[in-house]
Design a protein around this ligand. Structure first.
Ligand SMILES: [Zn+2]
Length: 451
């Protein structure tokens, strides 16, 4: 069996790992590179091997940096099945078409501004092509061992990162290799803790937080304070939020705070069609996470779902105290921009960012104290109270991942650390060597290993 790192090595995005065995090829994850331009341009390079020769893709979870290249792979000749859990499939049904739509928007924008080197600028793939690629998906159950190519088997284990997320164990030629995927938290509010892994010969483990520990702010206390302060001022609380995962956590916390009478019973609006669908998908899969059917029903009853553009415009005119959750999470696009334009200039309001803010985004500027932000070509003063709740990450930090591996009681003969910035991956390598005495390597993109 051979393992080649095609992406997600030396960086956190673009996860793609190729397993070859007896002329069979299986790609583990098929993600888009995201972030700075140099990385994004990598999505446009021709794929290092002929996509026609890949027999199957196995997908750890639905995030675009793990799944977003599938439509492009199909477009260039891949015809095989994409195996993933049902939760991952359901989320890909909303995330991949949206990714295609955004690619088309970018191309339209580049054509309008004429800054593309190509004329006309083309999308990497369209919304329609993304929808087409969904036909390749074959949802499977957790813990079921399935033959994904001749002589290559795969088995999925829940790892609590987002709905459907899995570690994948591949078996071929009498050897096993396990890919951690993105690993969740030990004490997440919505997702259950990652399940221990089975014994494995080789391990590929993520290191997003390989050199950092999470902030331990209690999210209930934090949000209780922000909401109460804002309501006393007669203002509106706005959450720019990520549609999948984070939105459902915020809805749950607000529901609990209302039930405990710790915040007033003000209306909660969810203004993002994608976050609304993601919330429905989370509720349909309630057996796979900590929220019970009853809690899902309460969230459903306690939330006003804002679906149409007209309803969104209406919502933006309301002046009385309320809570609005709207995407995107870093205020880089989406309906939240309209709310920001209306709410930022007034000191009564609050804007609460609830996750990592990438450098260069409006969210990053605001949490770092920007006095004004540019939205739709004009500057808007930031007078609302801006705060940042950073303790709700969906990734385990190095302490949590080490603990999970300790519980797994495995003894791999070789470990590869991926999915991190170089300093984070190297720090994770040292910790694994020190704590377990394992042989650990941090591969570069393009590296290949005979297992
Ligand atoms: Zn992820």
């Amino acid at each position: 069996m051979k393992l080649k790192f095609l992406g997600g090595a030396g960086t956190v995005t673009g996860s793609k790992y190729l397993i070859s065995h007896n002329q069979q090829r299986v790609l583990v994850d098929c993600g888009l590179f995201q972030g700075v331009k140099k990385l994004r341009l990598q999505n446009w390079k021709s794929f290092p091997i002929d996509p026609k020769t890949i027999n199957a893709v196995v997908l750890t979870h639905a995030h675009i940096d793990h799944s977003g290249y599938i439509p492009a792979l199909r477009k260039t000749g891949f015809k095989g099945p994409v195996y993933c859990t049902r939760g991952t499939y359901d989320l890909c049904r909303i995330l991949l078409p949206d990714s295609g739509f955004l690619q088309e928007e970018d191309a339209r924008y580049a054509n309008k501004k004429k800054f593309s080197r190509h004329s006309p600028a083309m999308p990497l793939y369209t919304e329609k092509e993304a929808i087409e690629s969904l036909k390749l998906f074959k949802p499977i159950h957790y813990h079921e061992s399935i033959e994904v190519a001749n002589g290559i088997k795969a088995r999925f284990t829940p790892v609590g990162h987002i709905l459907g997320s899995s570690a994948i164990q591949i078996t071929a030629g009498g050897k096993t290799i396990t890919f951690s995927g993105d690993v969740g938290r030990s004490e997440d509010l919505v997702m259950r803790s990652p399940e221990p892994l089975n014994e494995t010969d080789y391990l590929v483990v993520e290191s997003t937080y390989g050199n950092r520990k999470h902030d331990e702010t209690d999210p209930f206390e934090f949000l209780k304070n922000v909401v109460n302060k804002t309501m006393e001022r007669g203002g509106i609380v706005l959450f720019p939020s990520f549609a999948v995962g984070r939105t459902q956590t915020i809805l749950y916390i607000l529901q609990v705070l209302k039930e405990r009478n710790e915040i007033p019973d003000v209306p909660v609006f969810l203004n993002s069609p994608m976050a609304i669908t993601a919330t429905e998908i989370y509720c349909n899969h309630h057996k796979e996470h900590r929220l019970s059917a009853d809690e899902c029903t309460k969230i459903d009853k306690g939330t006003h779902f804002v679906r149409t553009p007209e309803e969104s415009i209406e919502l933006n005119k309301r002046k009385y105290p309320s809570i609005i959750i709207s995407a995107s999470g870093m205020a880089s696009g989406g309906r939240v921009l309209h709310h920001l334009k209306t709410l930022l200039p007034n000191h009564r309001n609050s804007v609460v960012f609830v996750g990592f803010q990438a450098p260069g985004t409006r969210g990053d500027a605001m949490v770092n104290g920007a006095q004004q932000v540019k939205i739709h070509g004009a500057y808007h003063p930031v007078r609302a109270e801006v705060s940042h709740l950073d303790s709700l990450s969906a990734h385990g930090d190095y302490g949590e991942i080490l603990e999970w591996l300790e519980h797994s009681k495995i003894a791999p003969r070789q470990v590869f650390v991926t999915h991190g910035e170089p300093a984070a991956s190297d720090s994770m390598r040292l910790k694994l060597e020190e704590q377990f005495g394992w042989r650990v390597e941090v591969p570069d993109a393009g590296d290949e290993f005979e297992l």
